[in-house]
Design a protein around this ligand. Structure first.
Ligand SMILES: NC(=O)c1ccc[n+]([C@@H]2O[C@H](COP(=O)([O-])OP(=O)(O)OC[C@H]3O[C@@H](n4cnc5c(N)ncnc54)[C@H](OP(=O)(O)O)[C@@H]3O)[C@@H](O)[C@H]2O)c1
Length: 442
C-alpha cells in the first residue's frame, strides 16, 4: 500500500453510502497497491445515528452533522450520497467553495443546480464528479468525457430508469396491467414510495439533462424536456407492439435537429423496433446508444441502480479523485475531470415543428359508421399521413372500440394539433394516447 493516505467523508449512509463504504473497505489493500495511496473513510454523516445498518461501521466515525463532514479540512474527498436538493446543495456548495473534490450520485441536484455548482468548483479550484448520477453502474459519463471525446453526437438514446423498464417488461411478458405490477414493484422495493419520480419520467429527465450538458455543453431547463411517463400505457399498446415487431420502452433522447441544429431533449414512452439495440433490453437494466460522427454507434448496457452497481460508479469517481490528488497538474486541474465544456451553451432548444417522427395514436371511439371518415379528415387537415389503422373485431352490439393508427413521418407540432382535434370529436371518448415510433436513425 502507498504511503499517502486519502481521506474520504460520506454524507449519507443509505443504499449507496453503505455500498461505497463496504466495497472500499473490502478492496482497500488492492486499491492501495494499484494507486499507491491508502483510501480510507474517516467520517460518515447520517440523519439518524440510532438506525440499524446493513453494513458494520465503527460508531466513532458516524455523525448527524453532515455539513461538518462537507467542510472538514481533514477530508480530501466528500461524497454526497444523501439525495435531495436542499441540504445536499448546501454541503456540495460549501465543499466546492473550500476547493474540495466532491463526488455525487444526485441527478436531481445536478439537473437543478449543476451549472452553478460547476461554476463554484471552477471559481474555487474544487472538482465535481458525478458518474453515478446517470445509468448507475454503466460508465457512460466516462465514455462521453473520455472514450468518445473526439466525437460530435447526432443523437443519444437511453433506457435510463430501471423501474419503468421492469414494469414495461413484465406487462409484456405476463400480460398484467400497469397498476398490478406497480403495486408489486413497490412492495419489492424496486419503485420509490413516491413512484412519480420513476413512472412520470422525472428521474430519467434529470439524467437526460446531465447527459445533454456532457454531450453538448448545454444546461437544459427541466421544463424544456419534452416529458411523459408510462402511466397511460396499457395492454393494447403492449400487444400492438408485440404484433408489429416493437417493444414499448421509456426512452430518453437527445437529438440535434438536422437542419436547424437545435437540441431536442425528451423522455417519452416509445415504440422501439425489437431489432434495435435498445429494443431487447429488458427488466431493471439500463442501456444507452450513442451516435458519434467519428466512431458511429456505441451501445452500453448494464445495471442502472442498486447498491453495488451505483457504488461501482461512485468508487470510479473516488479513484479518479485520488489520481487527481496524486498526479494533478500545477493548478490542480486534470483535463478529463474538468474538461472545457463542449461549446453548446447557446444551442437553441428544438421547437415542436422542427421535431420529426412517425407516431402511434390509440383512441377509444364510438363504433358507428362515419367515425373513421371524421378521423381521416382531421389527419388530412393537419397534413398527417396515415400508415396503418387497426381495430380489433368486436361483437355486433359493441358500442365502443379501440382504434389504433400509425402515421408516416410528421412533426411533433402536427401530431399534437391532430390529437387535440381528435380529442374534441364527440365520437372520440377520451384524449388519445400517443407515442413516437423511434427508429433512432443517425
Ligand atoms: N439507490 C440507487 O440505486 C441509486 C442509484 C443512482 C443514484 N442514486 C442517488 O444516490 C443518492 C442516495 O440514494 P440512496 O438510495 O442511497 O438513498 P437512501 O438509501 O435514502 O440514503 C440516504 C442517506 O442520506 C442520509 N440523509 C438523508 N437526509 C439527511 C440529512 N438531512 N442529514 C444527514 N443525513 C441525511 C440518510 O440518513 P439515515 O440513513 O439516517 O436516514 C441515509 O443514510 C440519491 O441522490 C440518489 O438519487 C441512488
Amino acid at each position: 500500500m502507498g504511503d499517502r493516505q486519502i481521506r474520504v467523508g460520506l454524507c449519507g449512509f443509505g443504499i449507496v453510502g453503505q455500498g461505497v463504504f463496504d466495497h472500499l473497505t473490502r478492496k482497500r489493500k488492492l486499491l492501495g497497491e494499484q494507486l499507491g495511496a491508502d483510501i480510507v473513510v474517516t467520517r460518515v454523516a447520517v440523519r439518524d445515528r440510532s438506525k440499524k445498518r446493513d453494513v458494520q461501521i465503527d460508531s466513532g466515525l458516524v455523525t448527524e452533522d453532515s455539513l461538518s463532514v462537507g467542510t472538514d479540512p481533514d477530508i480530501d474527498i466528500v461524497c454526497e450520497l444523501m439525495g435531495g436538493t436542499g441540504l445536499a446543495k448546501e454541503i456540495v456548495t460549501r465543499a466546492l467553495a473550500a476547493g474540495k473534490i466532491v463526488v455525487t450520485a444526485n441527478k436531481a441536484l445536478l439537473c437543478d443546480h449543476g451549472k452553478e455548482l460547476l461554476a463554484t468548483a471552477q471559481k474555487h479550484g474544487g472538482h465535481l464528479l458525478f458518474e453515478a448520477s446517470v445509468a448507475g453502474g454503466i460508465p457512460v459519463i466516462k465514455a462521453i468525457r473520455e472514450g468518445l471525446i473526439i466525437n460530435d453526437f447526432s443523437r443519444i438514446d437511453g433506457i435510463l430508469n430501471g423501474t419503468c423498464n421492469y414494469i414495461l417488461t413484465r406487462m409484456t411478458n405476463e400480460g398484467l396491467s400497469y397498476q398490478e405490477i406497480l403495486g408489486e414493484a413497490k412492495a419489492m422495493g424496486y419503485a420509490e414510495a413516491d413512484e412519480s419520480l420513476d413512472v412520470d419520467g422525472i428521474d430519467a429527465a434529470h439524467k437526460a439533462v446531465v447527459l445533454a450538458y456532457l454531450a453538448y455543453g448545454k444546461w437544459t431547463n427541466f421544463q424544456e424536456v419534452r416529458l411523459a411517463g408510462i402511466t397511460k400505457i396499457n395492454q393494447e399498446d403492449i400487444r400492438f407492439a408485440e404484433d408489429n415487431g416493437y417493444a414499448v420502452k421509456l426512452i430518453a433522447s437527445l437529438e440535434r435537429e438536422r437542419q436547424s441544429k437545435a437540441l431536442y431533449v425528451s423522455v417519452l414512452p416509445a415504440l422501439v423496433p425489437k431489432s434495435n439495440s435498445l429494443g431487447s433490453v429488458d427488466g431493471v437494466f439500463n442501456a444507452i446508444s450513442i451516435h458519434g460522427d467519428v466512431v458511429g454507434e456505441t451501445v452500453y448496457i448494464g445495471p442502472g441502480a442498486g447498491r453495488h452497481a451505483t457504488s461501482s460508479a461512485v468508487i470510479s469517481d473516488i479513484v479518479d479523485s485520488v489520481k487527481l490528488l496524486i498526479f494533478g497538474g500545477p493548478e490542480g486541474r486534470f483535463p478529463f475531470l474538468d474538461p472545457a465544456p463542449k461549446n453548446g451553451s447557446e444551442l437553441p432548444i428544438a421547437q415542436p415543428e422542427e421535431v420529426h417522427s412517425r407516431y402511434y395514436v390509440r383512441m377509444r371511439v364510438d363504433d358507428r359508421p362515419g367515425v373513421m371518415a371524421e378521423i381521416a379528415s382531421i389527419l388530412a387537415s393537419r397534413k398527417v399521413s396515415l400508415a396503418s389503422v387497426t381495430q380489433k373485431e368486436v361483437g355486433e352490439n359493441a358500442e365502443k372500440v379501440s382504434l389504433i393508427i400509425t402515421t408516416h413521418m410528421t412533426t411533433e407540432k402536427a401530431i399534437e394539433e391532430t390529437v387535440d382535434d381528435l380529442g374534441r370529436l364527440d365520437s372520440v371518448l377520451c384524449s388519445p394516447m400517443t407515442m413516437p415510433i423511434s427508429e433512432f436513425g443517425q
